[in-house]
Unconditional design. Sequence first.
Length: 153
Amino acid sequence: MLVVEDADFTRMLLVNAVTSLGHTCVDAATANDGVLQAREHDPDVALIDLDLGVGPTGADLARAIRVEHPRIGLAILTSYEDPRLLGNLPEFPVGTSQATKGMADLESLAALIDECATRPLTPRTEAARSGTLSEQSGSRSCGWGWCGHSNPT
C-alpha cells in the first residue's frame, strides 16, 4: 500500500490507520517521491491526496503511476466534496475512486482499500498492447461512507 499526502500529520494518521488494518504501507510527501515509492515497492493500492502542494497534483500522480502499474488500485483523497469544482484537473485514470477525507472511519477506509484492491482492471498484457491507460477517462466516486460508480471499467 502506498500513501501519498503532503501534510505530515495527515500522512501519519493515514499510514497508522492503514497499518492498523493489517496492510504493509510505504508513504511519500510529494508526487515525485510517490512515483519512486511505487517503482520500488509495486503496491497493489495507492491512496493519493488530490492537493499535493506546489507541483503535480494527485490526479497527475495517479495517471503517472497507472502508466507504470496498470493494475494498481487508486483512490484520490480530498477534503472537497466534489473535486470537479476545482476545474482544470486532469482526468483521473479509469477505475480511480474518490474519497472525502472528512468522512473517514476505519471501517469505511477498509472498505475503500478492499474495493481498490479487488476491482478488476485491464490486465498488464492488454495495457501494454494498447499503450497507456492514462489516456482513458472515467472514475468512480467513493467516500469513506458512501460509494457510487461512474465508470466501472
